[in-house]
Design a protein around this ligand. Structure first.
Ligand code: SF4
Ligand code: SF4
Length: 174
């Protein structure tokens, strides 16, 4: 199946397919978790290398990024800044008490590219996380980015085809 790369089309389908994707999420939730992981990991391994994140950067414009103490020190050093200055300028504490990057979109995004790429945070490296176990336990947070992330969009559409799943619209005539 041909991949879709155009961000405007993906965004449009994200809006148009809300009901369809909700129904697909309910279907996935009822499937065997290990079997879904196997299918998603295979599709992710095929699709992710074909997506150029530097032509997108949408996650950097929409994610709240958690930062560990070690990452805080590492990125501050990369920018030749004292840790205290870096923390004051770029980091805040979330309601849960965790350190997070204090702007969305992220400070370090310029022209859809990360300016601290080699030193970026673990959450940035991990997103969209389709290689991780327990895909069916993270459906809400994954599908939240369906209309923004070409990796999630294409893996989802190919998963529907692989599972021969078809949307059944509600019967509005009855
Ligand atoms: S640190 Fe880089 S990869 Fe992470 S959100 Fe910011 S711009 Fe994106
Ligand atoms: S939203 Fe998805 S495709 Fe876009 S930069 Fe982030 S991980 Fe890459």
């Amino acid at each position: 199946m041909k991949l879709t790369h155009q961000l405007d089309i993906i965004e449009k389908e994200g809006a148009e397919k809300e009901a369809e994707n909700y129904q697909f999420r309910l279907f996935l939730k009822a499937q065997n978790s290990a079997e879904m992981d196997e299918a998603v990991h295979r599709l992710d391994a095929e699709i992710t290398p074909q997506i150029n994140c530097t032509e997108c950067g949408n996650c950097c414009q929409s994610l709240m990024i958690n930062v560990t103490a070690e990452e805080n020190v590492r990125v501050a050093a990369h920018l030749n800044m004292p840790v205290a200055d870096f923390t004051e300028k770029y980091i805040e504490t979330s309601l849960q008490g965790d350190m997070i990057v204090n702007t969305i979109p992220c400070h370090f995004l310029q022209n859809r590219c990360c300016t601290v790429y080699e030193h970026r945070f673990t959450e940035c490296r991990t997103f969209p996380g389709l290689h991780l176990p327990d895909f069916t336990g993270r459906l809400f947070s994954t599908f939240m980015h369906y209309g923004r992330c070409p990796i999630i969009y294409n893996v989802t559409e190919q998963l529907k085809a692989h599972l021969q799943w078809q949307y059944q619209p509600a019967d509005t005539d009855s």
